[in-house]
Design a protein around this ligand. Sequence first.
Ligand SMILES: CC(C)(COP(=O)(O)OP(=O)(O)OC[C@H]1O[C@@H](n2cnc3c(N)ncnc32)[C@H](O)[C@@H]1OP(=O)(O)O)[C@@H](O)C(=O)NCCC(=O)NCCS
Length: 462
Amino acid sequence: MGIAEDLQEKWEGILQWSDDNNLPLRGISDSLEEKGIPAMPFFIFLILLLVGGILYFTVFKGAGGGITIFEPAKVDILLVLSDATGQPVPDAQLTIASTNGAQVNLQATTNFDGEAGFKGLKVGTTFEVSASDSGGNALTLDENSFAVLASTKVVELRLSSPVVTQTVTVSVEVKGPTDGETVHVAIIGTDGFPIGGTQTGLNTRFPGLAPNSDYTVRANAEGFVANTLPISVKDRDLPVSITLKTKEKADLGIVKVLVVDAIDLCYVLHADHGMNASTFSARVTVATQSDVYSAITSAVGTLKGPLHGGANEAVMRMLDKIGSMDKIEAWLKNALEKKEKIMGFGHRIYKNGDPRAKILRELSKEVCGKVGKSHLFDMSVHLNEVMEGEKGLHPNVDFYSASLYHCLGIPTDLFTPVFAVSRISGWLAHVMEQKAANKLIRPESLYVGKTDRKWTAVEKRG
Ligand SMILES: CC(C)(COP(=O)(O)OP(=O)(O)OC[C@H]1O[C@@H](n2cnc3c(N)ncnc32)[C@H](O)[C@@H]1OP(=O)(O)O)[C@@H](O)C(=O)NCCC(=O)NCCS
């Protein structure tokens, strides 16, 4: 049977199926035939139109309503380069260019394993490869082209000869605990100097080393003893690993521990106590039913004054101003003669000496000595002695904390903010206590000025 007869038979079948299912296909077919339109091709045309419409709206038309352009598939591939002896060739420049001009001149450098990644290569494209060493000299490949298929992931390339090593690369992996410190690595030559500078990180690479030479790998980090490893490099790149040693009792470690302990102790010694001025102002503020932020702001503002917590900054500036030990006595006597207040001395409550000052004095001695600034402590002691002799006044909490904070590396402008940090929990405790049983704090004051004065109009005042 021919194709036309076959189609005709199928068409008759469709009309019969339409009759059986009460569909008006035969009626439509007859009226089309009456109008001279052949029914079978017309229905085939309708079906094609329907399929075409579905394809257009589901495939070509994107979700956002735009037309989706069909891109050819792309793949990421890894080129692996080894030499004629099978050794990976690191630091080689690989350039690939498509033979049909679709993608041109993509470049990558091979890593230690001779691998170089190329992203988004069009499937169905053939690429030509050219390779050169790190010095720019061309390397000859056994095969210099490859075709990309959807399944291509790795392409292995081989040089037609062994690589003649001009330089070698040493890759260093540092192992062991680092405590989060930055690790510094260097390759030391036989002359004792680092070659190619110091690098940081747990995995570092040192290219450009001379083959057939001896070197020393050195790794260290703050708080660790530097570890060294002698290496003998032949004519190949060399991976080495070195383990950091934990620092035992090095000076740096002791200072670090001392600093942490000293700051802890300072916070305790400067903690809030008694109804001092800043605590009082925090309570006055919150007693008006103002909020805790305003109460702490009041306290900070009060602490800032040099007769209160601002005194430690003033002590430091005074030590700077005096400058040296030999000027202390004359400077102090002159200031006292002028009735100046000497910062860091005297206290409203501790008339026989502030117990906190005794501990801070010892701490200041230790820390200033450790950081090589004993002269600041010595000046403070001399000032203390002269002041006790001249005025019978003892140092308060702010006096030795000045030299101590300075030697702990705290900038002078931050002395009082650091003081505030140790006060804040006490201030808050007072604020909570005040709020729990609040009553407005409203002291009485006694007017001691003139009384019975006459009012004079402004224009008549002199
Ligand atoms: C803390 C301080 C405000 C206490 O003041 P106070 O209780 O009013 O002081 P006193 O009543 O004990 O003062 C007694 C005398 O010593 C004098 N005096 C007190 N501290 C002095 C100081 N640091 N330098 C010079 N003279 C001082 C006063 O002027 C007063 O002298 P006078 O009798 O001749 O007038 C006061 O000692 C001072 O200003 N110290 C310097 C600032 C300071 O270090 N503040 C931090 C405090 S923790």
